[in-house]
Design a protein around this ligand. Structure first.
Ligand code: ARG
Length: 589
């Protein structure tokens, strides 16, 4: 469906053109004075300068052309030359009916779908998922679903950290613990064990132990570095251990992401870039882009117009090891070969900002991707505790994702039990849906790049800008629809949405009519918080309408049926939105 704003703008363009002014002046925006009007056009001000006329006169000429226009109920000129617009209620009701009949409530799929890789999650193999990875998973999942709703081919890649120093640390830790394993016998030529030689709990315990040891024990740290390099160079026993580490880790990661209702199309990782590394280094050297600096191989990335001096991108360390940047470059080459994305979207915390500037610039300079390739790095801030410091457990440790989810579901359970609308057993089940919604919405409703405070009490509240409030609104609509179903006396004709007869009803329609636009804006701007803003306002206007309107006892059955259509459209739009946010609504709560 055409966006309501485009339809309005088209009317204004025609009116400006009829008066002899360029269409570009006919820009329409949402009103910033909703008490006075719904939309506004300030183009007469700009036209006045160009045409050396009074803005008021230009606006008046334009408005005169709108006489009898079916889209507007009112078009008014106010000093010095603003045009205030109100939509015609019949026109708006017809737009609602078209939404009812359209697929996805009128959110159209792109005519020319793009192929998009969303690189999110970014878990590191062998290290437990912690809240730092939570944001990437939640935000990325929404970006992916948003793109798909718009008809794009979106491929989500978890892009595991499976190639770094943590591998060498674990290998050396394993050697210290189980020196008799065949992997550590250099003369061993047989088959290595098929089954992993450790469990996930051992693995999760080994990494922090090794990492702490490396900080104190220089010799151990050196061994870990060497083991990492050997692994990267293909040393057979280490590759075998590494396969075990990945296998054990991935099972666990899939379970964790599953609990979060986050899923990936590709389970690739840094290691998949390995076959491309030596080739890309050679290419960078051949093209004269890479040069030696203090033993390392680097590529300059500074450009004219940079506000500060950007350091070169290191592509090979002095010990010959590849780095994070090199692996991201290799991955780009692989993706160009296998996927040919039109758009690359990476989602990590903002400390990686420089890293991606470097990677994107080197990739373009070297011609790994075309100069105009869309490459975005969506950064996010830190999730802080109530004290404003990075979120920790009570004893100061890093909070595990599993614990966090359990805690918030428990809080949601207690909230649900307060109102006692459902049995304890149902409350348990529902709290898993509501808790996850509280967590995700609490995150997504903040502009991604900002830090936010993880405030469990606020997140699980049924009031205010929270996930549970949105779910509660959907549940409320479901309950009215259920009651309506059981009424004996219903409208016999074909139910349609009739022009609004109250302010709150019209506000609800106006908010609904903006659905397709918001879905596009949130995606092009990679701004999921805009969906939350939209959903929150929609829930608010719906609740206002609901409190002012006696739907079930309404005697005019045609009017009643119209309201039922309207609220069921509201439910559908809310559901489309929360689905993009990776949230579901329960039947009751
Ligand atoms: N594993 C990384 C981390 O934990 C995130 C990976 C992001 N993706 C990428 N292609 N660099 O920080």
């Amino acid at each position: 469906m055409n966006k309501i704003l485009d339809l309005i703008t088209a009317q204004m363009k025609a009116a400006f053109a009829e008066c002899g002014y360029e269409e570009t002046y006919a820009k329409v925006t949402l009103s910033n004075r909703p008490d006075l009007c719904e939309y506004q056009c300030n183009g007469a001000m700009a036209a006045a300068k160009a045409f050396k006329k009074k803005p008021f006169d230009i606006a008046s000429e334009v408005v005169a052309k709108l006489a009898g226009n079916k889209v507007f109920a009112a078009a008014e000129v106010v000093m010095p030359g603003f045009i205030n617009l109100k939509l015609d209620s019949s026109y708006l009701a017809e737009y609602m009916n078209a939404m009812v009949n359209a697929e996805q409530s009128g959110c159209e799929r792109a005519e020319n779908p793009m192929t998009i890789v969303v690189d999110y999650g970014g878990a590191n193999v062998a290290k437990p998922l912690h809240v730092g990875h939570l944001r990437s998973a939640i935000i990325g999942e929404t970006i992916k679903r948003n793109g798909r709703l718009l008809g794009h081919k979106v491929i989500g890649d978890v892009h595991l950290g499976d190639w770094g120093l943590q591998m060498g640390l674990i290998i050396e830790e394993l050697r210290d613990r189980k020196p008799d394993l065949s992997y550590f016998d250099e003369s061993f030529e047989g088959e290595y064990p098929k089954e992993p030689v450790f469990t996930i709990s051992e693995l999760e315990e080994m990494y922090p132990a090794a990492s702490a040891k490396a900080k104190e024990d220089e010799a151990f740290s050196k061994r870990a570095h060497e083991a990492t390099l050997k692994l990267q160079n293909g040393y057979r026993p280490y590759r075998a251990i590494w396969q075990h580490i990945i296998a054990v880790s991935v099972v666990d990661l899939k379970k964790n992401y599953g609990n979060l209702k986050v899923s990936f199309d590709l389970w690739k990782g840094e290691s998949h870039a390995e076959p491309y590394i030596s080739g890309l280094i050679k290419e960078l050297e051949d093209k004269g882009l890479a040069y030696e600096s203090q033993g390392a191989l680097v590529v300059d990335i500074a450009q004219e117009g940079d506000s500060k001096e950007l350091p070169p991108c290191i592509v090979r360390k002095s010990d010959g090891a590849a780095l994070y940047s090199t692996s991201d470059l290799g991955t780009i080459i692989e993706r160009e070969k296998d996927i040919k994305p039109d758009w690359y979207i990476y989602i990590t915390d903002k400390r990686q900002e420089l890293h991606f500037v470097q990677v994107f610039r080197v990739a373009k300079k070297a011609g790994f991707v075309s100069e105009d390739k869309k490459m975005s790095h969506l950064t996010f801030g830190t999730m802080n505790g109530k004290d404003g410091k990075p979120f920790k457990t009570r004893d100061g440790g890093v909070m595990r994702l599993e614990t966090l989810i359990t805690d918030i579901c428990q809080a949601a359970y207690e909230k649900i039990m307060e109102s006692r609308n459902v049995s304890e057993e149902e409350a348990r089940k529902t709290s898993e849906i509501v808790g996850l919604a509280a967590l995700k919405y609490g995150d997504l409703s903040n502009q991604a790049s900002k830090d936010y405070i993880f405030d469990m009490d606020r997140f699980v509240s049924f009031e205010g800008n929270t996930g549970p409030y949105i779910l509660y609104t959907i549940v409320r609509i479901k309950s009215i629809l259920g009651k309506y179903q059981s009424l004996e006396n219903k409208f016999e004709g074909e139910a349609r949405i009739l022009p609004a007869i109250s302010g709150s009803e019209k506000d609800l329609m106006l908010q609904l009519s903006r659905f397709n636009e918001i879905m596009e804006t949130s995606f092009t701007e990679l701004a999921p918080h805009k969906i939350c803003q939209y959903v929150y306002e929609l829930a608010n206007v719906f609740n206002r309408f609901y409190h002012e309107t006696k739907i079930i006892s309404e005697e005019n059955k045609e009017r009643q049926a119209s309201w039922i259509c309207l609220i069921s459209l509201t439910k559908n739009v809310l559901n489309e939105c929360i689905n993009v946010l990776g949230i579901e609504a329960p039947e009751r709560m």
